[in-house]
Design a protein around this ligand. Structure first.
Ligand code: S3P
Length: 179
């Protein structure tokens, strides 16, 4: 008896997860990287390491524009051609230069979820997300979705993450990648 063995082409480009806060980009990204035997990088984490400050501290000390500049530079460094999975912060793909780089050099995946799921997930780490400070998170996420979703939609792969265990989202992504 022979055993069928499916050979896949190796992943040749970075895989970049984009989408709103609470979509699960970091958790799903880490698990996806594990399944694909690739390194994982989280752009928010890389910015924090480079600055020696948390994102909340960076917003407070230097303002959003400075954070966005750091974010652009960190993502450009991460997209160095070597295959890996990169989770980006929710606003990264809004920067035209970053978006063009991602679309040209990587495989972008829009990780999407309905507002209730996002609200529930961000509630776990509200203080670490300065854009939600002093706002009604549901309302803020709804307006962000309205302005950002048409841009996230430029990603060639769109995955709707349901309020299910993250592994089922990873399964959906693997399928979309033909794995
Ligand atoms: C932001 C999302 C955050 C972080 C920063 C700004 C945004 O990342 O980069 O607070 O503009 O949507 P997550 O999407 O990982 O929460």
């Amino acid at each position: 008896m022979t055993t069928a063995c499916v050979q896949h082409d190796p992943i040749s480009r970075p895989i970049v997860l984009v989408g709103l806060m609470g979509a699960g980009k970091s958790t799903v990204g880490r698990r996806l990287a594990h399944r694909l035997h690739l390194p994982f990088a989280d752009s928010d984490h890389e910015i924090e390491e480079a600055a020696g400050l948390t994102i909340a501290e960076m917003f407070e000390k230097y303002g959003e524009a400075e954070f966005r500049d750091g974010e652009r530079r960190v993502i450009a460094r991460l997209i160095d051609g070597s295959p890996k999975v990169i989770a980006t912060g929710g606003g990264a793909f809004m920067n035209e230069q970053t978006r063009m780089l991602i679309l040209e050099k990587a495989t972008a995946i829009w990780l999407d979820a309905d507002i209730e799921t996002l609200v529930e997930r961000v509630a776990r780490r509200l203080g670490s997300r300065p854009l939600l400070n002093g706002t009604d998170p549901r309302e803020k996420l709804r307006t962000l979705a309205e302005t950002r979703n048409p841009i996230y939609a430029l990603a060639p792969i769109h995955i709707h993450s349901k309020p299910l265990p993250h592994d089922s989202t990873v399964d959906q992504i693997m399928k979309a990648l033909g794995r």
